[in-house]
Design a binder for this molecule. Structure first.
Ligand SMILES: Nc1nc2c([nH]c(=O)n2[C@H]2C[C@H](O)[C@@H](COP(=O)(O)OP(=O)(O)OP(=O)(O)O)O2)c(=O)[nH]1
Length: 324
């Protein structure tokens, strides 16, 4: 049987929802054995009907399949995936408020899982980045230059975490030599663990394997030097990207997220031409992984970032400086 060229495949536009319980677990449903991707687990939803918006389709599907009324939702991630026999465009929304108690109204088995409990192999292949998006927060802190002395740096970090509540930190300190960076990373890891935040290091892969941290952030240069995802067990791995090629590279390596910058003018990189939100959205749209907006953005930009396809906002100035 010949496989039709991708361009001639029908694109099926699907709206699906992330529905949480009061413990923060996520509802998943088992697809009927006979359906496309049958027997796998999915985020509840279905095909849009002609003329329907994503929000309308999501409301209808979740009412039909689960018997709940979606009151408020926001975009989480949009993915296009090419299966052998069809292409799907998945618009995944985070349901922020709903009424009713979810039930499998079509007889489908339901389960509630934390994102960490989800096994990507039990879901359709398109859903892998959705699981990454669920494991990542909306706000991402990158440490800045000052204060330089380790004790003062740690005190500053503790204050910033307490003040902003940002649950993920990238330790960026390219001015430190390897030993000093490693010492600071160990101390930051202990602090972050105590404060309930994740710590990602920004260093050579080899050093990251020796540090007790939650993940590795790759500079664009380190990303381009790799031809496969580094083996760091369950650690998160992300990368800095500035264009479509580097985003595609991060996705091909199966990274968990990307930072795309600069979105807006920023004091740290005054020489860089900002992308602006329109270009940011154009670059994120085809990228099959969660992408944070970086550069001149902070908490007040979260809604606009979500509307333009972002996982959330990342920043030094937005979260590290005392004014934030
Ligand atoms: N709902 C949902 N569909 C997904 C996910 N991941 C994924 O690849 N898909 C694919 C599988 C299908 O090809 C398509 C959804 O189509 P569907 O046939 O289930 O839609 P539907 O509920 O409207 O079904 P029906 O009217 O045909 O019975 O999207 C997911 O997480 N949730």
């Amino acid at each position: 049987m010949s496989i039709p060229p991708a361009a001639s495949k029908v694109v099926i536009h699907v709206a699906a929802g992330i529905v949480n319980d009061t413990k923060g677990r996520v509802l998943i449903a088992k697809r009927p054995e006979a359906a496309h991707q049958g027997g796998l687990w999915e985020f509840p939803g279905g095909k849009l009907e002609s003329g329907e918006s994503v929000e309308q389709g999501l409301r209808r599907e979740l009412a039909e399949e689960l018997g709940i009324q979606v009151c408020v939702s926001r975009p989480l991630i949009r993915l296009s995936h090419d299966y052998r026999d069809r292409r799907v465009l998945l618009d995944i929304h985070q349901v922020l408020d709903y009424q009713g108690i979810p039930q499998g109204r079509e007889g489908q088995p339901l389960e509630w899982l934390t994102p960490e409990e989800m096994d990507a192999d039990r879901f359709p292949a398109a859903d892998r980045p959705v699981i990454s998006a669920l494991r990542l927060p909306s706000r991402y802190l990158i440490t800045g230059a000052a204060p330089a002395a380790p004790d003062a740096f740690l005190m500053h970090l503790e204050q910033r975490l307490a003040r902003t509540g940002v649950p993920i930190v990238q330790l960026r300190a390219p001015w430190l030599d390897t030993d000093r960076y490693a010492d600071l990373a160990r101390r930051c890891a202990a602090l972050c663990r105590r404060m309930g935040a994740l710590l990602l290091v920004n260093c050579e892969v080899e050093l990251a394997t020796r540090l007790p941290v939650d993940g590795l952030h790759l500079s664009e240069q380190r990303l381009l030097a790799l031809d496969q995802r580094p083996d760091l067990g369950r650690c998160l791995i992300g990368a800095s990207c500035h264009d479509a090629d580097t985003l595609a590279r991060a996705a091909t390596l199966g990274l968990d997220y990307a930072l795309l910058s600069p979105v807006c003018p920023t004091r740290s990189h005054p020489e860089s031409e900002p992308l602006g939100w329109k270009r940011f959205a154009e670059l994120v749209d085809p990228a099959p992984l969660p992408v944070y907006a970086l550069g001149g953005v902070g908490d007040p930009d979260l809604q606009i970032a979500w509307r333009h396809g972002a996982q959330g906002v990342a920043g030094i100035s937005g979260f590290w400086s005392r004014s934030s």
